[in-house]
Design a protein. Structure first.
Length: 125
């Protein structure tokens, strides 16, 4: 299986078919090289590696997104937790690490986004 095909398989398993189908439908010639790179690199290499679990990858990804202020990606990765096994309490622990090591305001905003997204998903907190 090519790295792209492996990446697409993993991407679908984490983000879900509906999300990937929407992203693929929105892809244009302009961003196709970026989509190929992210599918091969992030999904076909990093997320496809079995050294750590998808649950752990979710927690790391969410912590890094919050710590770097990339909040727009957090809801997507919160929704992906339903497929990776990261429970709300796992996510909270990741954000608590962000508070200590990267700043309380970033963690506070990430927690707010997580609560909103979980509510939309019908997850009781």
């Amino acid at each position: 299986m090519s790295r792209y095909d492996e990446g697409m398989k993993v991407r679908r398993s984490v983000l879900g078919d509906a999300h990937v189908d929407r992203a693929e439908a929105a892809k244009a010639d302009f961003d196709a090289p970026f989509q190929e790179m992210i599918t091969e690199g992030a999904w076909g290499t990093l997320w496809a590696d079995d050294t750590i679990s998808k649950r752990e990858r979710s927690m790391l990804t969410l912590a890094l997104l919050a710590a770097t202020g990339n909040f727009e990606e957090i809801p997507m990765h919160i929704r992906a937790c339903a497929n990776t096994g990261a429970a709300p309490q796992d996510v909270l622990q990741a954000f608590m690490h962000v508070a200590v090591y990267a700043g309380v305001p970033k963690a506070n905003h990430a927690i707010k986004l997580a609560k909103e997204t979980y509510k939309e998903m019908g997850v009781e907190l």
